[in-house]
Design a protein around this ligand. Structure first.
Ligand code: ATP
Ligand code: MG
Length: 596
């Protein structure tokens, strides 16, 4: 391809909207153009990257017997009502764009395709003899994200590979899930990426087991915890660990401790000679359930630990009859809190009385007190006295009348151990989620009545798995992992072109002739070659080549007259002089090294 044919439009400076390096480089290099918040045009260079990733995905998935198809993006509301997801996905903070047709019927723009594929599979599959089967597509998804940002990382319109498998038994689903996990590892490796697979929460998609694939990068929105040996890796949403030991607490003579204006754990520790592990902090939440009940939740946790709201969410969903729709923290500044308690949050204690809570007519009388294991194991501790400027010494949990649910509701932290023998401490890093696989089980087939006849002749709900890759996010994550001060350094596997030819003066007939000859020879050999045929200064061309990150370059300059050119790689940058007779061979050898 010729640079003049796109044409290439690079920017000297990155637009101010770009906060992270990969976003900056995509905009500067002319790969993408912003149309609106979270909505981008993929320019020719970008589309080539997307297509390369898609080919790698196709190749790997066909090895495990997946079939590619293309599903509609406009989904009728009734289908999502059947699965019970319409309300949650469209109301409040729901992410599904929705619209009405001329007959006033409601539709959603697909954020994901479980509903559509399940209905189709139920119509095609009758018997266990047709199973297993796995369909996938590579297609634009729409999500009205609350905070679209970082370019293609969190778009409102983005390209996803989504796959769905159907099985006759749970064990067959598990076997296939393992195969898919291996396929994902191959896909990311073949894209030239380093990833970590982590245990993950299944979120709104639901189901039993799920695993996310992360590219580690400081700009990542996820936190992941793992051991050096790789024996354990999990998203912080899901990670479990043994926290550090608490310091024994001396007995306090007085029960009440005056703590004026000591609003933080650090203050209380400093002024009262305490350790954060000796304190129990109490945080209030409001849970809103599908049956319209609103229940307050007091979450108690050790002072040095942090609440994991996803764990609380999952816990409440397990113990309460109705489905939890929303869990929100009751902030200090919230008017509910002020009117109700008059107690700043930092002064709440685990024995906060029902009477106080019950004064609020907005809430049900029933409420939950949940204590994290870390706090429940404390023999004695300090916590709020439910009075401003006063804390209290609690001799033991047993001395309290209230009923507490004990559970793991804390975030695992770096330095925590994964087992009692304390061999492996956890390391924490930021990660970008580029893929996610789920064992859905029968969640969707049950709701959508997707049955097959099993080997005993009975009707059974289909067993399902689902598997996503954020194709456009992956492309950008590759840049987070591979760049330098001058621009992108693409892994050769997904680079838009493998080599760029740069005649330093395209007006020079000798240089032009030689460049065109090399161009044709490379094309004949099926090499993705780009020629910078612009009438630009050499310096501009070099700068642009660095910015767009093509792995190899050939400079055709003054020595063209002697059939000599310069060859270099984007990552090493050292130029070698090469006779044009050897150039193809050298490129092939060098690029082979990069694929390994
Ligand atoms: P996230 O937690 O980042 O919001 P998710 O868990 O909701 O993502 P999935 O439903 O698992 O996303 O979608 C499959 C893949 O699609 C994700 O692993 C991610 O790589 C990609 N993806 C999801 N949302 C976006 C988005 N808004 N923009 C770009 N890629 C996305
Ligand atoms: Mg996910």
């Amino acid at each position: 391809m010729r640079v003049t044919s796109f044409p290439l439009k690079t920017l000297r400076d990155a637009p101010s909207e770009a906060e992270i390096i990969s976003h900056k480089l995509l905009l500067q290099g002319g790969y993408i153009r912003r149309v609106s918040s979270g909505i981008y045009a993929y320019m020719p260079l970008m589309l080539r990257v997307i297509e390369k990733i898609s080919v790698i995905i196709d190749k790997e998935l066909s090895k495990i017997g997946c079939s590619k198809l293309l599903l509609p993006q406009l989904h009728p509301c009734e289908l999502w009502e059947k699965s019970g997801r319409w309300e949650g996905y469209t109301a409040g903070e729901g992410i599904m764009f929705n619209l009405r047709d001329r007959q006033d019927r409601a539709y959603g723009l697909a954020p994901t395709h479980e509903e559509v594929i399940t209905i189709i599979a139920s119509e095609i599959i009758n018997s266990y003899k047709q199973l297993p089967v796995c369909y996938y597509q590579i297609q634009t998804k729409f999500r009205d994200e609350i905070r679209p940002r970082f370019g293609l990382m969190r778009g409102r319109e983005f390209i996803m590979k989504d796959g769905y498998s159907f099985h006759s038994t749970e064990s067959d689903l598990k076997i296939f899930y393992k195969k898919m996990e291996k396929s994902y590892e191959n896909i990311f490796k073949n894209c030239g990426l380093e990833t970590i697979g982590v245990d993950a929460d299944s979120g709104a998609i639901g189901g039993a087991a799920s695993k996310e694939f992360m590219v580690t990068a400081n700009s990542g929105e996820d936190s992941i915890l793992f051991t050096k040996s790789g024996s354990y890796a999990a998203n912080i949403e899901k990670a479990v660990s043994i926290p550090k030991e608490s310091k024994p607490i001396k007995e306090f003579e007085q029960t009440l401790i005056q703590t004026p204006n000591q609003k933080t754990i650090e203050d209380i520790c400093k002024f009262n000679n305490l350790d954060a592990t000796q304190i129990v902090k109490v945080i209030l939440y409001l849970g809103e359930f599908e049956d319209n009940t609103k229940l307050p939740i007091a979450a108690c946790i050790r002072g040095d630990q942090y609440i994991n709201e996803i764990k609380i969410f999952n816990l409440l969903n397990n113990i309460y009859d109705s489905k939890l729709i929303n869990l929100s923290k009751i902030e200090n500044k919230s008017s509910i809190n002020k009117n109700l308690f008059g107690i700043p949050m930092g002064y709440l204690g685990p024995d906060i009385s029902d009477e106080i809570i019950n004064k609020n007519s907005l809430w049900e009388k029933q409420w939950f007190r949940v204590v994290d294991y870390s706090a429940s194991k404390l023999e004695s501790f300090i916590s709020g006295a439910n009075k401003i400027n006063v804390h209290r010494y609690f001799k033991s949990w047993k001395s309290l009348d209230n009923t507490f649910i004990t559970s793991d509701i804390r975030n695992a932290q770096e330095g925590d151990f994964i087992s009692k023998d304390k061999e492996e401490a956890l390391i924490e890093k930021k990660g970008i989620e580029i893929g996610h696989i789920f064992q859905l089980g029968q969640k969707y087939s049950e709701k959508l009545n997707a049955k097959f006849s099993n080997s005993d002749g009975g009707l059974e709900n289909l067993w399902m798995g689902c598997y996503g890759i954020g194709v456009t996010r992956l492309a950008q994550a590759a840049i987070e992992q591979n760049h330098d001060n001058d621009g992108i350094v693409w892994p050769i596997q997904i680079a838009p072109f493998n080599i760029v030819l740069i005649p330093t003066n395209f007006k020079d007939p000798i240089q032009k002739k030689l460049s065109e000859e090399i161009y044709i020879e490379f094309q004949k050999n099926n090499i993705d070659v780009l020629i910078d045929d612009r009438d630009e200064r050499a310096g501009v061309k070099f700068k642009d080549a660095d910015l767009i990150g093509i792995p190899f370059r050939i400079i055709i300059g003054r020595d063209a007259i002697n059939n000599q050119v310069e060859f270099s790689s984007r990552s090493k940058k050292s130029n070698i002089k090469v006779s044009i007779n050897n150039i193809l061979k050298i490129f092939i050898n060098e690029s082979k090294l990069m694929y390994n």
